[in-house]
Design a protein around this ligand. Sequence first.
Ligand SMILES: [Zn+2]
Length: 234
Amino acid sequence: MRTDNGSMPTPSLSRSDFANALVDKSVLLSDLANDARVRPDVLAKVKSDGDLDHDGAISGDDEVKAAFTAIDAFDHDGNRLTVTDSPAQNAARALIEKAKAVVPNGNADDATVAACAKFLLNSPNVSFWTGLSTGSDRKNLERLANGEKARVPAKGTEVMPKLKMMQALVAMAKNGPIMINALTGGSHSPNSNHYLGIAVDLDIHRGSTSQIVAIAARFGGKRNFEQDHIHLDF
Ligand SMILES: [Zn+2]
Protein backbone atom coordinates (compact mmCIF):
# COMPACT_ATOMS: atom_id res chain seq x y z
CA MET A 1 0.00 0.00 0.00
CA ARG A 2 1.32 3.42 -0.96
CA THR A 3 1.66 6.21 1.57
CA ASP A 4 0.68 9.78 0.78
CA ASN A 5 4.13 10.83 -0.34
CA GLY A 6 4.30 7.94 -2.77
CA SER A 7 6.97 5.94 -1.00
CA MET A 8 6.44 2.37 0.09
CA PRO A 9 6.68 1.58 3.80
CA THR A 10 9.97 -0.25 4.39
CA PRO A 11 9.50 -3.83 5.50
CA SER A 12 12.02 -5.40 7.85
CA LEU A 13 14.51 -8.02 6.76
CA SER A 14 14.68 -11.03 9.04
CA ARG A 15 17.80 -12.92 10.00
CA SER A 16 16.36 -16.15 8.61
CA ASP A 17 15.59 -14.56 5.21
CA PHE A 18 19.12 -13.13 5.21
CA ALA A 19 20.65 -16.50 6.08
CA ASN A 20 18.53 -18.35 3.52
CA ALA A 21 19.56 -15.93 0.78
CA LEU A 22 23.24 -16.60 1.56
CA VAL A 23 23.23 -20.39 1.78
CA ASP A 24 26.14 -21.80 -0.27
CA LYS A 25 27.17 -18.27 -1.21
CA SER A 26 30.14 -16.07 -0.49
CA VAL A 27 30.33 -12.27 -0.30
CA LEU A 28 33.68 -10.60 -0.89
CA LEU A 29 34.19 -7.69 1.53
CA SER A 30 36.12 -5.86 -1.18
CA ASP A 31 32.98 -5.92 -3.36
CA LEU A 32 31.06 -4.20 -0.55
CA ALA A 33 33.66 -1.46 -0.21
CA ASN A 34 32.58 -0.09 -3.59
CA ASP A 35 28.88 -0.19 -2.76
CA ALA A 36 27.33 3.14 -1.76
CA ARG A 37 24.61 1.35 0.21
CA VAL A 38 27.17 0.02 2.69
CA ARG A 39 28.31 2.74 5.08
CA PRO A 40 32.04 2.49 5.92
CA ASP A 41 31.34 2.05 9.65
CA VAL A 42 28.89 -0.76 8.92
CA LEU A 43 31.41 -2.43 6.60
CA ALA A 44 34.15 -2.13 9.24
CA LYS A 45 31.92 -3.89 11.78
CA VAL A 46 30.97 -6.65 9.32
CA LYS A 47 34.67 -7.10 8.60
CA SER A 48 35.78 -7.21 12.25
CA ASP A 49 32.86 -9.22 13.67
CA GLY A 50 31.56 -11.19 10.68
CA ASP A 51 34.64 -12.43 8.82
CA LEU A 52 35.53 -14.98 11.50
CA ASP A 53 38.31 -16.70 9.54
CA HIS A 54 39.67 -13.38 8.20
CA ASP A 55 39.73 -14.56 4.59
CA GLY A 56 38.14 -11.38 3.22
CA ALA A 57 34.75 -12.95 2.58
CA ILE A 58 31.51 -13.72 4.42
CA SER A 59 30.64 -17.33 3.79
CA GLY A 60 29.16 -20.19 5.77
CA ASP A 61 26.41 -20.25 8.37
CA ASP A 62 28.51 -18.94 11.28
CA GLU A 63 29.87 -15.95 9.37
CA VAL A 64 26.45 -15.12 7.89
CA LYS A 65 24.90 -15.05 11.38
CA ALA A 66 27.83 -13.06 12.77
CA ALA A 67 27.54 -10.58 9.88
CA PHE A 68 23.82 -10.15 10.57
CA THR A 69 24.53 -9.48 14.24
CA ALA A 70 27.22 -6.96 13.23
CA ILE A 71 24.76 -5.21 10.91
CA ASP A 72 22.01 -5.28 13.58
CA ALA A 73 24.24 -3.11 15.79
CA PHE A 74 23.28 -0.24 13.43
CA ASP A 75 19.56 -1.01 13.70
CA HIS A 76 17.19 0.30 16.36
CA ASP A 77 14.02 -1.67 15.78
CA GLY A 78 14.46 -3.43 19.12
CA ASN A 79 14.61 -6.89 17.56
CA ARG A 80 17.92 -8.68 17.05
CA LEU A 81 16.30 -11.03 14.52
CA THR A 82 15.27 -8.26 12.12
CA VAL A 83 16.84 -5.17 10.59
CA THR A 84 14.62 -2.23 9.70
CA ASP A 85 16.63 1.03 9.80
CA SER A 86 18.08 1.97 6.45
CA PRO A 87 21.85 1.90 7.23
CA ALA A 88 21.47 -1.66 8.48
CA GLN A 89 18.91 -2.89 6.01
CA ASN A 90 20.67 -1.39 3.00
CA ALA A 91 23.90 -3.09 4.03
CA ALA A 92 22.15 -6.43 4.55
CA ARG A 93 20.47 -6.20 1.15
CA ALA A 94 23.78 -5.25 -0.48
CA LEU A 95 25.39 -8.38 0.96
CA ILE A 96 22.60 -10.52 -0.50
CA GLU A 97 22.95 -8.85 -3.86
CA LYS A 98 26.75 -9.17 -4.03
CA ALA A 99 26.76 -12.82 -2.97
CA LYS A 100 28.19 -15.30 -5.42
CA ALA A 101 27.39 -18.98 -5.48
CA VAL A 102 29.84 -21.39 -3.91
CA VAL A 103 29.49 -24.83 -5.38
CA PRO A 104 30.53 -27.39 -2.77
CA ASN A 105 33.24 -29.79 -4.06
CA GLY A 106 33.56 -28.22 -7.29
CA ASN A 107 33.25 -25.68 -9.95
CA ALA A 108 33.78 -22.62 -7.82
CA ASP A 109 37.44 -23.50 -7.47
CA ASP A 110 38.36 -20.11 -6.07
CA ALA A 111 35.42 -19.27 -3.80
CA THR A 112 37.28 -19.89 -0.54
CA VAL A 113 40.91 -19.98 0.58
CA ALA A 114 40.64 -23.75 1.06
CA ALA A 115 39.23 -24.24 -2.45
CA CYS A 116 42.04 -22.10 -3.92
CA ALA A 117 44.66 -24.11 -2.01
CA LYS A 118 43.18 -27.38 -3.28
CA PHE A 119 43.21 -26.10 -6.84
CA LEU A 120 46.84 -24.96 -6.58
CA LEU A 121 47.99 -28.27 -5.07
CA ASN A 122 46.32 -30.20 -7.89
CA SER A 123 47.38 -27.94 -10.76
CA PRO A 124 50.17 -29.28 -12.98
CA ASN A 125 51.12 -25.63 -13.60
CA VAL A 126 52.06 -25.00 -9.98
CA SER A 127 55.37 -25.90 -8.39
CA PHE A 128 56.91 -24.93 -5.07
CA TRP A 129 60.46 -23.77 -4.40
CA THR A 130 62.20 -26.41 -2.32
CA GLY A 131 65.04 -24.07 -1.35
CA LEU A 132 62.93 -21.92 1.01
CA SER A 133 64.72 -21.52 4.37
CA THR A 134 61.72 -22.83 6.34
CA GLY A 135 60.96 -25.61 3.86
CA SER A 136 58.67 -25.56 0.84
CA ASP A 137 55.39 -23.70 1.35
CA ARG A 138 53.57 -26.67 -0.21
CA LYS A 139 52.87 -27.83 3.35
CA ASN A 140 51.19 -24.51 4.11
CA LEU A 141 48.99 -24.98 1.05
CA GLU A 142 48.07 -28.42 2.43
CA ARG A 143 47.07 -26.83 5.74
CA LEU A 144 44.95 -24.25 3.93
CA ALA A 145 43.30 -26.95 1.80
CA ASN A 146 42.30 -28.59 5.10
CA GLY A 147 40.69 -25.37 6.29
CA GLU A 148 43.58 -24.60 8.68
CA LYS A 149 45.61 -21.40 8.79
CA ALA A 150 49.08 -21.12 7.25
CA ARG A 151 52.07 -21.14 9.60
CA VAL A 152 54.43 -18.18 9.79
CA PRO A 153 57.65 -19.84 11.01
CA ALA A 154 59.57 -16.57 11.25
CA LYS A 155 57.05 -15.21 13.77
CA GLY A 156 55.73 -18.40 15.35
CA THR A 157 52.22 -17.34 14.36
CA GLU A 158 49.49 -18.53 12.02
CA VAL A 159 47.54 -16.54 9.47
CA MET A 160 44.73 -17.00 6.97
CA PRO A 161 46.03 -15.63 3.65
CA LYS A 162 43.88 -13.06 1.89
CA LEU A 163 41.31 -14.64 -0.42
CA LYS A 164 42.02 -12.18 -3.26
CA MET A 165 45.68 -13.23 -3.29
CA MET A 166 44.76 -16.91 -3.39
CA GLN A 167 42.28 -16.21 -6.20
CA ALA A 168 45.02 -14.39 -8.12
CA LEU A 169 47.29 -17.45 -7.79
CA VAL A 170 44.48 -19.68 -9.11
CA ALA A 171 43.97 -17.34 -12.07
CA MET A 172 47.73 -17.35 -12.76
CA ALA A 173 47.87 -21.15 -12.60
CA LYS A 174 44.98 -21.35 -15.08
CA ASN A 175 46.94 -19.08 -17.40
CA GLY A 176 50.34 -20.77 -17.26
CA PRO A 177 53.13 -22.11 -15.05
CA ILE A 178 54.07 -20.48 -11.74
CA MET A 179 56.49 -21.42 -8.98
CA ILE A 180 55.51 -20.34 -5.47
CA ASN A 181 58.74 -19.39 -3.73
CA ALA A 182 57.18 -18.16 -0.49
CA LEU A 183 53.72 -17.46 0.85
CA THR A 184 53.95 -17.08 4.65
CA GLY A 185 57.12 -19.19 5.04
CA GLY A 186 60.73 -18.09 4.75
CA SER A 187 62.34 -15.07 6.34
CA HIS A 188 61.62 -11.62 5.00
CA SER A 189 61.98 -8.04 6.25
CA PRO A 190 60.80 -7.58 9.88
CA ASN A 191 57.32 -6.24 9.11
CA SER A 192 56.90 -8.12 5.85
CA ASN A 193 53.45 -8.52 4.35
CA HIS A 194 54.29 -12.22 3.98
CA TYR A 195 53.78 -12.57 7.73
CA LEU A 196 50.31 -11.03 7.43
CA GLY A 197 49.20 -13.35 4.62
CA ILE A 198 49.03 -10.54 2.09
CA ALA A 199 52.16 -11.13 -0.01
CA VAL A 200 53.56 -13.90 -2.17
CA ASP A 201 56.89 -14.46 -3.90
CA LEU A 202 56.98 -16.15 -7.30
CA ASP A 203 59.97 -17.38 -9.26
CA ILE A 204 61.01 -14.86 -11.92
CA HIS A 205 62.07 -17.59 -14.37
CA ARG A 206 58.80 -19.53 -14.32
CA GLY A 207 55.95 -18.38 -16.57
CA SER A 208 55.48 -14.89 -17.97
CA THR A 209 56.31 -12.13 -15.50
CA SER A 210 54.25 -9.54 -17.36
CA GLN A 211 51.20 -11.82 -17.48
CA ILE A 212 51.61 -12.76 -13.81
CA VAL A 213 51.80 -9.08 -12.79
CA ALA A 214 48.78 -8.23 -14.96
CA ILE A 215 46.69 -11.03 -13.44
CA ALA A 216 47.73 -9.96 -9.93
CA ALA A 217 46.53 -6.43 -10.71
CA ARG A 218 43.03 -7.73 -11.48
CA PHE A 219 42.91 -8.95 -7.87
CA GLY A 220 44.42 -5.82 -6.35
CA GLY A 221 47.99 -7.15 -6.30
CA LYS A 222 51.04 -4.98 -6.92
CA ARG A 223 54.65 -5.93 -7.59
CA ASN A 224 57.36 -4.30 -5.47
CA PHE A 225 60.89 -3.21 -6.38
CA GLU A 226 62.60 -6.58 -6.07
CA GLN A 227 64.07 -7.80 -9.34
CA ASP A 228 65.32 -11.35 -8.68
CA HIS A 229 61.81 -12.66 -7.93
CA ILE A 230 58.24 -11.44 -8.27
CA HIS A 231 57.04 -10.13 -4.89
CA LEU A 232 53.35 -9.24 -4.96
CA ASP A 233 51.48 -7.33 -2.21
CA PHE A 234 47.70 -7.63 -1.94
ZN1 LIG B 1 58.45 -11.25 -0.90
